[in-house]
Write a protein that binds this ligand. Sequence first.
Ligand SMILES: [Zn+2]
Length: 264
Amino acid sequence: MGNEKLPYCYTLLRGNGQTILLDCGLNNASHGKEFVERFNVQNWFPPREVLAEVGCTPEEIDHVILTHAHFDHMGGLELFPKATFYIQQQELVSWVSIMALHRRFRWLLTATDTGDMLQAVQLAREGRMRGLDGDVDNLFPGIDLRVARDTHTAASQYIVIRNDGKAQSDDVFVYTGDLLYRHDNMHGGNPNDPVYVPVGLAFGSQTNLVFATHEIMKTAGFDIRRILTPHEPAMTNIYPSRTTENGHYIVEVALGEGQKSVVN
Ligand SMILES: [Zn+2]
């Protein structure tokens, strides 16, 4: 076994007068700092600096859709002061339940920052953390949520973006969260004779993960370019991209009407 370099990312959607983030990265502070060290995360910069590269500020983020509650997807809860957050109810409840188990169960919290859970509950108290129960169509125009229960986590969700806004869209992108880390999870390294290979870290059923992969593939018309996997370094080869002075990758998947490119 060797080491693999996995980029961390969040995804920005702008259009229809809304600014939406898909997942919110990690926070190199308090509890989050332990995870940065444990997983050897390098070159972390706060979202204020990362978003500035695309002409956006944390205050402009209206909504954050969380795919699941792991440290590298939900760690930035306190960094977006005006946002409302969306997560599956079951995802929140399951982690609080696991936190209440005996210490010997702590492997289950390998990638979960319990500090994030406290923050999530605080946000719920303030009305800024919304728990969703199952699939949602048009959470925002053209944006659907699909739950994959008992997979990477208890209730991971993936995000379907109908880019033309049509119900029967032929311009669909799927943001997978950690249901898929990389393209390899879709084809096992051989696109000519593909095999679904579930992600290494599954807290639920690997069988369910394989079936969730198939659902994602179907939704995207089996077109890998339509599937946005957060930990895939090759994203920079598929879409227009650039590397910032800080060594971050900016990938421009699709440009809305009237929007200026942020990579050229
Ligand atoms: Zn995860």
